[in-house]
Design a protein around this ligand. Structure first.
Ligand code: GTP
Ligand code: MG
Length: 322
């Protein structure tokens, strides 16, 4: 088997070859034509997986929760794929190893696929490589895909929005409720988890969250769903059963209201728009170099034309090429 050939890798991965699956995710991460080849193969076979995003501040306990949730899913004898998205920023040092260590229990379970991936690929493709990798897992038959992301800022937030159910993990005594509202997590959360509930301040955090939920009147696309607030001690497993039940309940609610389909098609629309923007941006920059560009720049400097006029000419030239 030519191990780099996407078609053969995909066939092997669909037959349960986890190494081939990991290789496909790597190709997607690396970008370029091989990534496109993988995307073309996987896309028609996607749409069956249910994705659960688990997001929260660094160290909130996301991996520990994910590890426990894997056990819940496996107890139901279903397979699960996990993507731990490393934001490749200063605070993530060691996160890769940490994820691996904490989910080690499942390393030998053929029904579990775990992969860390960098959020920024070669093309800076945060929001583009992640959905593509999710689709690899989906197309390879994982009925559940868990995506762990560090939720601190707009970029991470984009991936958060790519899950069917988004679990926001907060911890007591960390000012997390304020952070959450600032980062816009209140709007995307389908479920709140107060993890490390063995520490003081869980009650106050729950009260704050409830107040904020009371105030945020309109939560678009949530179809009257008020996110439940659950308490967990992930390190002991306390509350994880309830958390998983709540995820399944949310799934049923989305299904029943038609929101699941609506969310998914909105996500595809967002992705399409993002791709178009990147393509045009790429083209624009390729046009902003070379003789034509230099000549127009000179014309601007000599006050023969203004920057708007020059830009129009460049943009017209760009789009005319297609
Ligand atoms: N006391 C307490 N500690 C916990 C709990 N859950 C996780 N921890 C600990 O918190 C630390 C961080 O847990 P992780 O699961 O790695 O957190 P994370 O959010 O995945 O961290 P990053 O991926 O690095 O952002 C570990 O030492 C865990 O053992 C909990 O419920 N109570
Ligand atoms: Mg982690």
């Amino acid at each position: 088997v030519r191990r780099r050939d996407p078609e053969e890798l995909f066939a092997a991965a669909r037959d349960g070859d986890r190494v081939a699956m990991a290789r496909l995710v790597s190709l997607v991460e690396e970008g370029g034509e091989p990534a496109r080849a993988v995307g073309r193969l996987t896309f028609p076979c996607t749409g069956s997986a249910y994705t659960v995003g688990i997001t929260g501040a660094p160290g909130a306990g996301k991996s520990t929760i994910t590890d426990r949730v894997i056990a819940e899913i496996r107890a139901g004898d279903e397979e699960v794929g996990v993507l731990a998205v490393d934001p490749s920023s200063p605070f993530s040092g060691g996160a890769f190893l940490g994820d691996r260590v904490r989910m080690q229990d499942h390393a030998l379970d053929p029904g579990v696929f775990i992969r860390s991936m960098a959020s920024r690929g070669h093309l800076g493709g945060l929001s583009l490589a992640t959905p593509e990798a999710i689709r690899v897992l989906d197309a390879c038959g994982c009925p559940w895909v868990l995506v762990e992301t560090v939720g601190v800022g707009q970029v991470e937030f984009e991936i958060v929005e790519r899950a069917d159910t988004t679990v926001v993990v907060l911890t007591p005594g960390s000012g997390d409720s304020v952070q959450a509202s600032k980062a816009g997590l209140l709007e995307v959360a389908d479920l709140f988890v107060i993890n490390k509930a063995d520490r003081p301040g869980a009650h106050e955090l729950e009260r704050d969250l409830n107040l904020m939920l009371d105030m945020s009147a309109d939560r678009d696309g949530h179809a009257g769903w008020r996110p439940p607030i659950l308490r967990t001690v992930a390190s002991t497993g306390e509350g994880i059963g309830e958390l998983w039940k709540a995820v399944c309940e949310h799934r049923r609610a989305l299904d029943a209201s038609g929101q699941l389909e609506a969310r998914r098609s909105r996500r595809l629309a967002d992705e399409l728009r993002e791709i178009v923007v990147r393509r045009l941006e790429h083209r624009a920059f390729s046009v902003c170099a070379g003789d034509r560009y230099d000549a127009l720049l000179r014309a601007i400097r000599h006050r023969e034309i203004d920057p708007w006029e020059a830009a129009d000419r460049l943009v017209d030239a760009t789009t005319a090429r297609s």
